[in-house]
Write a protein that binds this ligand. Sequence first.
Ligand code: PLP
Length: 340
Amino acid sequence: MSKDLNIDWSNLGFSYIKTDYRYISHWKDGKWDDGILTQDNMVTISEASTSLHYGQECFEGLKAYRRKDGKIQLFRPDQNANRMANTCKRILMPEVPVEKFIDACKQVVKANEAYVAPYGTGATLYLRPYVIGVGNNIGVKAAPEYIFSVFCVPVGPYFKGGMTPVNFVVSDYDRAAPNGTGNIKVGGNYAASLLPHEIAAKQNFADCIYLDPATHTKIDEVGSANFIGITKDNKVITPKSPSILPSITRRSLIHLAKEYLHLETEEREVFIDNLDEFKEAGACGTAAVISPIGGIQYKDKFHVFYSETQAGPIIKELYETLIGIQFGDIKAPEGWIYEI
Ligand SMILES: Cc1ncc(COP(=O)(O)O)c(C=O)c1O
């Protein structure tokens, strides 16, 4: 590391810090330009941009990890690229080609290498790619121009000193509609989640659980993470629903459960009034990997899974295996790791 940043790596949270460089590329007249790295963290756009008025924007989140040998690696950036392309298609934005997306991420990590925490601190470099509709437009229609950008922020380890289970409450609100935009990563889903989150937080819950918007009987999402449950006969279950964001962490954990832990896995409906079928549960996503779920409040009943103070053994093992791969300590499945 060439630069002394004076960052207390073990006490970093999840807050914005201006790093040195971000990547920015413009789409106009049917094509993306080559993109550049810039030190300017301000984005100046038309007051009539569709991203400001009609929510024509999307984002992604992934991390760069420092290995024991000092090298840096990205975890499955192609999966984020594919998900973002899928999101763009749904809201009529031009897709960012997978190679361009990965190249932009690599450029940003390289240019901000000093912000990738030393191995062993648990901290990582969080990358935030996004696409926004810009240009002059007032009617409800797709924008004439777009910006694709990637910036990065060093973030702390989610669990400092052991995994602590957290509790959730089932919300009466929906974050998305049955055939809406729940399965893509658009800002509108997150705007819709701010109030339910605040209500849950005021009641001392970590976040809220969203049920499927069509019947309100099945678990869809756990805040901004996917649900994962371990049945009494050690099956790893994840909910199947068209309004869930397809989590890359969840997909990875299912693979590891099968191939590394030799457990059975199943994607199927998870009924909120049948939580007794699970002995352990967790919320999975890029930020936490897996947060063990202590308990879930549903109407007037509080259901406790493994324990309110300790993570269960299978959730713990899944967590250790995935972070082992992400930090380069465990051999990854073919194609998961992109070295910088
Ligand atoms: C709504 C929602 N669900 C699930 C996830 C987890 O997805 P991933 O594992 O790809 O980070 C996220 C985070 O991106 C999210 O925002």
